[in-house]
Structure formats: C-alpha cells, structure tokens
Ligand binder design. Structure first.
Ligand code: DGL
Length: 261
C-alpha cells in the first residue's frame, strides 16, 4: 500500500498549488492529480452538482489506485468531503479557508473564496468556531477569478479589472490580512500583493500538507526510506489543451514554493 501514489483533485488548476507543495515536502512520495477541467469552475455551481462531480473525480482516482486522497479544493471539500469519507475507506484530507491563523494576526481580515464555499454550512461552522463578536472579518465571494486562471490568465489587465471590480465592494485600505480561501488564488498572489500592498496573505496549503503528512504517518502509509519518489501524473477531463495548461501551471506552482519551504 505504501508504494501507491497520493491522489489529489480539484476543479482544474487550483489544487496544483497544493500538489506542488506536497511534492516538495514529501520527496519520497509519488503523486496522481486530476483536474476536472471539463467542469470548472465548481464554485458557481450548486452543492448537489459539486457533490456528484467530486464523487466522480474520487472514483476515478481510487480506481486508478492511490493510498490517500487530498481534496485540493475548498469548494469540493465544503460540499462533498463528508460524502467522500462515507464512500471510501482510504484517508480523505480536505481543505478549508485558513480563518484561524488569519484571526490570530488581529486586524481586519478579508476572506476571498468561491461563492459556494462561503455560502456552505461548513464555512459557517468554521467561522463560528473561531470568529468572535469583536473580530472584523469581511467575506468576499469572487466569481470570475477561477474562470480566468483556468485560461492561464494569472496576471495582466484582464485579471486586474476583475479584481478591481471585486474590491470595489470592500474598503481595501483597511484590510490587514487576506485569506486565500480557494486554491486557485495562489496563482494570482503576485497581482494581489501588488494591488493590496502591505497586506499579509494566508493560505491553507501548508496546513493541508502537514495534515496529509500526519495522516500518512499515523496510518503507516508513508513511503519513507525510499529516495526515488517525485513521480507526478497529471490527468484532466477537459482534453489535451487543458492538460497542457495544467502541466504549465504545475511548473509555475512548483517554482512559487521554491525558497518558501
Ligand atoms: N480551487 C477551488 C477551491 O479551492 C475551486 C475553484 C472553482 O470554483 O472551481 O475552492
């Protein structure tokens, strides 16, 4: 079992930012990734549809063979992680917006995530667990961002226009911390940093990979002792062009983590 890869899925490219970090932190492991590019974005669909798509993605990966499944998508986690844990016996690791560390920073927090993530019960529960009445938190659903990133647009005027429009709903001058509550948004962190100078950005990637590490150790599933891991197989449901784009974005995501961990 230890020899099997760790599988990841997302609606498209976002989960590659988690995969790239995991490949860096777990060099003895091999990886399998599925981007459901034919059905991206998940964040503007309804819950039932995302549950069905998540189940389909997980079935594909489990059939191919894997020892653990990372739902590298906040949206799919909020809609379907309970269902996946019910259906499969392998460990399922989910993701959620990193509200807890953001609140620990103090100041004014902006949570950027997909519309579905922010309206789901799972997010409400997370929010109620950590936020107190005195915390200043603004929730910003960001329709339109994933669509651009899925076309490989991760900088430039088209992206900045969409962000300007989204930020027009918020007093950005007061924001001190931004939660990147969607794995896709890590690809546009440089643009966000440019548009919101001096703001701290927090994502859930490191916490997720650490949780993966803990689960593999606890279940004795680690491929430790081997030195020749690092194989990464990427699959996409949307055809050749989307697979090529995922591979290109994977290289960008891998480079982004260099020097960070
Ligand atoms: N990358 C996903 C997330 O973390 C969702 C993107 C989408 O809307 O498909 O929420």
């Amino acid at each position: 079992m230890q020899e099997k890869p760790i599988a990841f899925f997302d609606s498209g490219a976002g989960g590659l930012t988690v995969l790239a970090l995991a490949a860096r932190m777990l060099p003895a492991e091999n990886f399998l990734y599925f981007g459901d590019t034919a059905n991206a974005p998940y964040g503007s669909k309804d819950k039932e549809e995302v549950r069905a798509l998540s189940l389909q993605a997980a079935e594909l990966l489990v059939e191919k063979g894997c020892k653990a499944l990372v739902v590298a998508c906040n949206t799919a986690t909020s809609a379907a992680v309970d269902l996946l844990r019910e259906k499969f016996t392998l460990p399922v690791i989910g993701m959620e917006p990193a509200i807890k560390p953001a609140l620990a920073e103090g100041g004014k927090v902006l949570v950027m995530a997909t519309p579905l993530t922010l309206r789901e019960k799972k997010f409400r529960q997370l929010y109620n667990r950590y936020a107190t009445a005195t915390d200043e938190v603004t929730l910003l659903p960001c329709p339109g961002l994933v669509e651009l990133i899925e076309q490989g647009i991760i900088s430039g005027p088209a992206l900045e226009n969409v962000l300007t429009k989204l930020f027009s709903e918020v007093n950005t001058k007061e924001i001190t911390t931004v939660v990147l509550g969607c794995t896709h948004y890590l690809f546009i962190k440089a643009t966000l940093q440019k548009m919101l100078p001096g703001v701290k950005f927090i994502d859930g990637n490191l916490g997720t990979v650490r949780q993966l590490q803990r689960v593999l150790t606890a279940k004795k599933l680690s491929r430790s002792g081997h030195k020749s891991g690092g194989q990464v197989e990427i699959l996409a449901s949307g055809g050749e062009a989307s697979l090529d784009l995922l591979k290109k974005l994977y290289a960008i995501a891998s480079a982004q983590w260099e020097g960070e961990v």
